[in-house]
Design a protein around this ligand. Sequence first.
Ligand code: CAA
Length: 306
Amino acid sequence: MSLSALTYIARRGMATKLTVKSLAIIGSGQMGAGIAQVAAATGHKVVLCDTAGDILEKAQAGIQKSLQRVVKKKYADDPEKGQEFITSTMANIETTTEPAKAVVTADLVVEAIVENLAVKQDLFRTLDKFAPAKTIFASNTSSLPITAIADSTKRQDKFAGLHFFNPVPVMKLVEVVRAPGTSQEVYECLMEFSKAIGKHPVTCKDTPGFLVNRLLVPYMLESVRLYERGDGSKEDIDVAMKLGAGYPMGPFELLDYVGLDTCKFIIDGWHELEPENPLFEPSQLLNELVAAGKHGKKTGEGFYKY
Ligand code: CAA
């Protein structure tokens, strides 16, 4: 091969190598704040965006609190260094209430807003107009099809799923969801980015629940059915899965932790997609608890009281 051909290939390789240094995170709830925290803690510049200043203040306070927990362990012998780590991490996080402003310099946008397809599509339709052409878009959706969200933009090749787990600072996994339109470069970039923020990425197709939730949600719903039939108390089922299967939380504790409204939303959506699938059968008891406003830990009551 001639030298000029080799130079061309090398340049092409260089041109397509994408890296993430700056992020815009839209949605500063538990997931968005957690993603902002781990990205900022690993030296990335983050713009965290939500609809109101007080929501963002609450998110920043939550990040501070979580960083203190991290520091207590990581810098147990050097509190001064721990404080420096908190200060430098917080300095990497800017906040804004304007999504269009948040994305203007972002290499990557991670969306972590409400699980509603139309709302997500609306958001990305707008962001598509303001973000530079190079910017990669990712959704942290737990259950909606990435392809359907990506279809609201003109950058399907730069669109993927990036699914984190709660609590984000602790859970090591990230699911990198490669939709049919996602380019190889974008997929590789997101795998690299996940490692750069200290996570372990796994590759998923754009199928309902990807890997984890496809197993976890039917398992939690089956636990509710077991309890509804009177085959075991919720306390015993929780203890059984912790002591018998080594799970850190039992299924009812986990339902309360994830949020019953979230679980209901996921199972209802899948049931609509595949009404014949018994694993996606909605639960009467779950519906009743959600209707009564008992959404789990965040509302003070779910299967348990907090
Ligand atoms: N920030 C920083 N550190 C945190 C933290 C947070 N938000 N939450 C917990 N930690 C740290 C604690 O400081 C503690 O650190 P040390 O070991 O150094 O003391 C450690 O994590 C363990 O925490 P705790 O001692 O408070 O409690 P625990 O041992 O019961 O662990 C847990 C808590 C990590 C949440 C554990 O119970 C667990 O792993 N539960 C299962 C969580 C799970 O399955 N998550 C996935 C849900 S599904 C999902 O998220 C996807 C979806 O789309 C619905």
